[in-house]
Design a protein around this ligand. Structure first.
Ligand code: DGY
Length: 339
């Protein structure tokens, strides 16, 4: 761990940064143990503000909005831990954090079911044109029941779902799909164990085969440089014209401009997006599409789960500051090489 120029901390209260608004009770508990610098205004810190705040603390609770890299850490002489309140950690430059001797943690498991529920909800809303239908009702233009002249959707039951990224959340979606009698195919960096494939009823296929055969494509893979634009114009061209595409992974996994063109040109049937390139900005051409369901990055957003995410991040932070191994340490090599 960061041993250079550390201020001896045993004799003083640790200082921590809480970079985004959290639940008041969680903040109050932290204030009992630490000297807390908190940003309850929830206004995202600028890179300069973040760097300055990190230079003054021993630990930090951050979220996807905080980019933690070598520049952010350059003055962080006492920092021991960066606890991300998020399972995805593409905001963390892990090699740079490790090089600075700082522990990095995330919040896996506690959000798996909530996020899988939301992925399935978004898929259902998209395939059955729910927001488009709601807009129609609200507009007052719906004037009669009709056999054909109303939003006709695509079935989920007994269709094929293709899941790209078969970690915990992908597997959660697969298990939900089984309840709808869906055939489940998946593509992932690695094959699941036989037992996991069996419990998900899932068959591994190439990305091309998945795109050609799935009625519904769901993206749940982490964002990395290699995964940038996993779905762009060439991939959309492989999909069925009747297919839906759901992105609950990260902005940048889909080329949003190419997706808007595909939706406008009827290349695919519909899309459901919880994440966007450059969010909270949304590609203006996507906003013009009717055949899309849009959500503001809320897949893990239930009160119970957000509290559990904060609690796990706090547990990680406390463990690190107590000199213990945090339960969801990302850069495990930091402890391995030292112990
Ligand atoms: C996660 O936990 O990764 C969610 O997407 C929130 O950032």
């Amino acid at each position: 761990m960061n041993s250079q120029a550390h201020t001896p901390a045993a004799s003083r209260k640790f200082k921590i940064l809480v970079a985004r608004a959290i639940f008041p009770e969680a903040l109050a508990q932290l204030e009992e143990s630490y000297e807390v610098q908190s940003n309850q205004s929830d206004k995202i810190l600028t890179a300069e503000e973040l760097k300055k705040a990190l230079s003054e603390v021993d630990g930090a609770l951050v979220a996807g909005s905080e980019r933690i890299d070598a520049a952010a850490l350059s003055d962080a002489k006492n920092l021991k831990v960066v606890a991300n309140i998020s399972v995805g950690y593409n905001n963390l430059d892990v090699p740079a954090i490790t090089a600075a001797g700082v522990m990095a943690t995330n919040t896996p498991d506690v959000l798996t079911d909530t996020t899988a529920d939301f992925g399935f909800a978004l898929l259902m809303a998209t395939a059955r044109r729910m927001t488009e239908s709601e807009h129609w009702v609200r507009s007052g233009k719906w004037d009669q029941w009709s056999i054909v002249n109303n939003p006709l959707g695509m079935d989920l039951h007994h269709s094929t779902i293709g899941i790209i990224g078969m970690g915990r959340i992908g597997q959660g979606i697969a298990k939900r799909a089984l309840g709808f009698g869906m055939k489940v195919v998946y593509h992932n960096r690695s094959h699941l164990s036989d037992a996991d494939e069996k419990s998900c009823g899932a068959t591994y296929v190439s990305k091309e085969e998945l795109l050609r055969t799935a009625d519904h494509v769901v993206l749940v893979l982490p964002y990395t440089a290699q995964n940038h634009h996993t779905i762009g114009a060439p991939e959309l061209a492989l999909m069925k014209t009747t297919a839906t595409l759901i992105n609950i992974a990260r902005g940048g996994i889909v080329d949003d401009g190419a997706l808007a063109q595909a939706l406008q040109g009827g290349r695919i049937f519909a899309a459901g997006l919880d994440v966007f390139e450059g969010e909270p900005q949304v590609h203006p051409e996507l906003l013009k599409c009717k055949n899309i369901v849009l959500a503001p990055h809320i897949a893990s957003a239930t009160e119970k789960t957000r509290r559990a995410m904060v609690d796990l991040a706090v547990e990680n932070l406390r463990a690190a500051l107590d000199g213990k191994r945090p339960p969801s340490l990302i850069n495990t090599e930091l402890l391995t090489t030292e112990n």
